[in-house]
Design a binder for this molecule. Sequence first.
Ligand code: ASP
Length: 304
Amino acid sequence: MNTPARGSLLGIEHLQQDEALRLLKLARRMNPQKPRSLLRNRKIILLFYEPSTRTRSSFEIAAKSLGAITTLVQSSGSSIEKGESLLDTGYTLRAVGADAIVIRHPSAGAPHLMAKYLDIPVINAGDGMHEHPSQALLDAFTILKHKKSLKGLQVAIIGDIVHSRVARSACHLLTRFGAKITLCGPPEFVPEVATTLASGLRISRHLEEAVRGADVVMLLRVQKERLAGQKISLQDYIAHYQMNAARLKLAKRDAIVMHPGPIIRGLELTSEVADSPQSVIVDEVRSGVPVRMAILARALGRAK
Ligand code: ASP
């Protein structure tokens, strides 16, 4: 049992601020249109125990843009279905020559466990309701394309925060850089204890109050797969918390609308908002590639 291999990215909570900055700067120098051979012939395994579209495809394109070889292993269709443990899967992938593993898993801490036992970098691509560090970095990267600095920005994060690894990682990263975050949603989604996630978080139960004067409006999906039998009324949710054009007008005129995806039109936001000029949702997806190129280059010691 070891400390995680150098270059692992397990979460934002314990990532030093200067490390985060270095990654953001490196991402600015990465261009998927101009492939480089920084990671030529390095083998990166994408190990996905949960569905993914954006994270998986962008890690794969990022790796290939740097010349790496990728292999996708998913829980369905692999020996995981036959009952192989997480660590045995890790040892197997190491034995076939993996130089790094990008892992998404429904249990919080799964990447950390793998990183303790493997001697190669492990990158967390989302662990249960815990963290999604690459998403937080690409969100910061996207915000910085539109705003001069994160310091003092008013950010409203609206929706299913308690089940959201995206919200957790975003809170750690954005508050560290001086953003002021208001979490907004009903108590089932935003319990009072949510303020302990990071320093200086506020809670508002009223969408209008949370959005008024915001520079960044981040919407989250209702994570039905994590509700564990909990009944919530989607009708009530839509009535009180759906982002529509009228509500968005309360934010600053140059406010941007973010969402990690997948978006559910007609639930957490209307199509008008999703497709409005203020929406940077597609831009976030685009940012995912250079940011993940930077993460992989750092993981394999090529962060030059
Ligand atoms: N794609 C994000 C995640 O994997 C958000 C979501 O699924 O709603 O956490």
